[in-house]
Design a protein around this ligand. Structure first.
Ligand SMILES: Cc1cc2nc3c(=O)[nH]c(=O)nc-3n(C[C@H](O)[C@H](O)[C@H](O)COP(=O)(O)O)c2cc1C
Length: 187
């Protein structure tokens, strides 16, 4: 059966570089099916709202996370950490009403920035939180994209730098293998 992978983008802005990176992934790995999982409509986490299935946006989000064989997070770094909207989404996915939507869920982290350091600090924080929610982050490999403004074509909304695309393809292929390995462990 075709593997189904959910993609969360940690930027809400219309011309997000990280969204351009996310939009490129399905072209590079056509053997898997990719679905964008929106996080922009989630309310701020509040346990008063976290009753039963929660608000509609939360229910939809959790259902999409649960249905995915794995999750790829593509996110900028804000002030050396992860954007608040992304942390908010991971918190909603983690709580009891979600029955731990991310527990044992394979996860991968990609980040792009116009800056020189490729979201290293932000990714460390995301990895730390993924451990906290008991997701299984792809070990060892990292995918940092620096100076991203020179590597995209905004007109098509995709990453077009050939070398970066090759690394991105290898990274996502490694993640697909990681999902297979996690499934074997789970049996
Ligand atoms: C509040 C804020 C903090 C930022 N902090 C960092 C940072 O720590 N490191 C970095 O590389 N870029 C930082 N940036 C720049 C972002 O990488 C840049 O705005 C990027 O384009 C955002 O990603 P997007 O294009 O996907 O929206 C920051 C931007 C904002 C708005």
């Amino acid at each position: 059966m075709t593997m189904k992978i959910g993609i969360l983008v940690g930027s809400l802005r219309a011309h997000s570089y990280n969204r351009m990176v996310a939009n490129t992934i399905p072209d590079l790995v056509p053997t898997a099916q990719f679905e964008h999982i929106a996080i922009g409509e989630l309310p701020f986490y509040n346990s008063d709202l976290d009753q039963d299935e929660g608000p509609d946006a939360v229910k939809l989000f959790r259902d999409q996370v649960r249905a995915a064989d794995g999750i790829i997070i593509v996110s900028p770094e804000y002030n050396a950490g992860m954007p608040g909207v992304l942390k908010n989404a991971l918190d909603w996915a983690s709580t009891k009403a979600a029955a731990g939507a991310l527990i044992k869920k394979p996860a991968a982290i990609i980040g792009a920035t116009p800056g020189p350091r490729g979201t290293i600090m932000g990714q460390q924080q995301i990895r730390h939180t993924l451990e906290g929610v008991q997701a299984l982050a792809l070990p060892y490999q990292r995918m940092y994209i620096s100076e991203v403004m020179h590597k995209v074509d905004p007109a098509v909304g995709k990453l077009t730098d050939a070398t970066t695309n090759k690394y991105l393809q290898r990274y996502v292929e490694a993640f697909v293998q990681w999902i297979d390995q996690v499934n074997l462990l789970d049996r």
